[in-house]
Design a protein around this ligand. Structure first.
Ligand code: UDX
Ligand code: ADP
Length: 461
């Protein structure tokens, strides 16, 4: 039951990268709602209740501290939370299934199903259940079937409300979203539930930015948004390889096409490939859906976005190999950045994992540095054989190395003293700027052999 002090009780199941930050913003913006975030992992919940949050996201800690214990609570009491809640957000992980039917493509729905059964078993009053995790199209149907099975007379209304925030900019994305998407059934109770969810967002989001659709459009839109964003990156990465083969410069091409208002300038930065927990997973999920409906040409089109990404990561490694005389055996290399993008410690599906694995296979000795992701990097490379060190200070990481591979464009890397770094390195010194974020002419003048992405190299050799 809602305590007198609060208008409604919100529960979020899953205190991860999505659940934790979204609920923090809702609690900050809606002091009249009680927001409880629960998880099966005690370690995660303890971290959310400490000053060292389980995830790094700029601006998040301040916002947690301003409401924690007032209207934001983190707990492992899942059953109690379900019983008390009016609205339940489901934000558990939905990884790619790695076994059986659909292995490698379909979403593994076991955590969602476990959560649905738990909600059903602990609900004594009617509830709105909101899909926040990215789910395959028509997942709401499966959720509703489980919730309404058996002799439980409680009514559940399912809504789809996908989260579009990007890591590293999560707080500002949620405080000032381009749009909030809510999918519901077109029934009296479906539309009433939708309005209750809209009331929450209307605390800070202008009405014209709230979009309402049917459930399936909402579920599909999330997959398509990520697929289209990833497709832009793969598109520009293919052009980067063409630029390297000719004398064109991919940054100039991106700028020239991006100024066309129909194309737009965002997500046209060539790099070593995209990473993160969403892009690959969501595209493969889309591919699986298309195959399921026997739309094989459509499936092949989207699958190519992922294939090009794999090709791009491998191309980055091949460029290193070729530049360094086709052997890395025993050579020391500093890896600048392991997180899948700056301003996060998240390394899920980071290009650095694949690239480091390949460099280790070539028997390079790696000195990996990253401001926030070294613990995750250690775990990710745990089972990979080879010489690897994890060093916080980039100046220490470059001591005696033959090359620097910059994989993540942390702003701190742009401010380093590259003259000092050059002096600490073996010669000839190479730098492979996978993100085109450094001053290449200045590095060349210092004496580096510079290999950007999608541009001719600047070499003294
Ligand atoms: C993405 C979506 O942007 C977000 O809307 C959704 O909710 C979750 O998935 P995220 O994975 O956090 O967000 O990061 P994003 O900024 O999209 O970057 C993904 C990857 O693409 C990163 O590895 C990034 O380095 C890479 N990227 C991005 C490029 O290589 N070039 C670009 O121009 C942009
Ligand atoms: P996302 O990026 O989608 O937020 P995460 O892996 O960061 O994914 O977070 C998902 C969270 O959901 C994890 O903290 C995990 O422990 C939690 N979780 C998974 N299954 C359940 C469940 N059945 N009940 C409660 N929490 C769960």
């Amino acid at each position: 039951m809602t305590s007198k002090k609060f208008k409604k009780n919100i529960l979020c199941i899953g205190a991860g990268y999505v659940g934790g930050p979204t609920m923090t913003i809702i609690a900050n913006k809606c002091p009249d709602y009680k927001v409880t975030v629960v998880d099966i992992s005690k370690e995660r919940i303890d971290a959310w209740n400490s000053d060292k949050l389980p995830i790094f996201e700029p601006g998040l800690l301040e916002r947690v501290l301003s409401v924690r214990g007032k209207n934001l609570f983190f707990s492992t009491e899942i059953d109690l939370g379900i019983n008390e809640a009016d609205i339940i957000f489901v934000s558990v992980n939905t990884p790619t299934k790695m076994f059986g039917e659909g292995a490698g493509k379909a979403v593994d729905l076991q955590f969602i199903e476990q959560t649905a059964r738990r909600i059903k078993n602990n609900s004594k009053t009617n509830k709105i259940v909101v899909e926040k995790s990215t789910l395959p199209v028509r997942a709401a149907e499966a959720l509703a079937t489980i919730l309404h099975s058996g002799d439980n007379s409680v009514e559940f209304e399912i809504l789809s409300n996908p989260e579009f925030m990007a890591e590293g900019t999560g707080v500002s994305d949620m405080e000032n979203p381009d749009r909030i998407l809510i999918g519901s059934r077109d029934t009296v109770s479906g539309l009433a539930a939708r309005d209750i969810l809209m009331d929450i967002y209307l605390h800070w989001v202008p009405k014209e930015r709230l979009i309402t659709t049917n459930l399936w459009s909402s579920e599909l839109s999330k997959l398509v948004a990520n697929a289209v964003l990833a497709q832009r990156i793969s598109s520009i990465n293919t052009i980067a390889s063409l630029c390297e083969a000719t004398e064109a410069d991919v940054t100039e091409v991106s700028r020239a096409i991006g100024m066309d208002s129909r194309i737009g300038s965002k997500f046209l930065n060539a790099g070593p490939g995209f990473g993160g927990s969403c892009f690959r997973k969501d595209i493969l999920n889309l591919v699986y859906l298309c195959e399921y409906y026997q739309l094989n040409e459509v499936a092949a089109f989207w699958e190519q976005v992922v294939s090009i990404n794999d090709y791009q990561m491998e191309r980055y490694v091949k460029r290193i190999l070729q530049a360094m005389f086709n052997t890395l055996v025993g050579k020391k290399m500093a890896v600048f950045g392991f997180a899948f993008k700056p301003d996060t410690g998240d390394t899920r599906d980071a290009p650095a994992i694949y690239i480091c694995k390949r460099l280790l296979e070539e028997k390079a000795c790696l000195k990996i540095t990253d401001p926030y992701a070294l613990d995750n990097a250690r775990n990710d490379l745990q089972s990979i054989e080879g010489k690897k060190e994890f060093i916080e200070d980039p100046y220490k990481a470059v001591e005696g190395v033959h090359a620097i591979a910059l994989i993540t464009e942390w702003s701190s890397y742009k401010k380093l003293d590259y003259r000092k770094i050059f002096e600490k390195m073996e010669k000839p010194a190479f730098i492979f700027d996978g993100r085109n974020c450094l001053d290449h002419q200045a590095l060349y003048k210092i004496g580096f052999n510079v290999y950007p992405v999608g541009k001719p190299e600047l070499s003294h050799l």
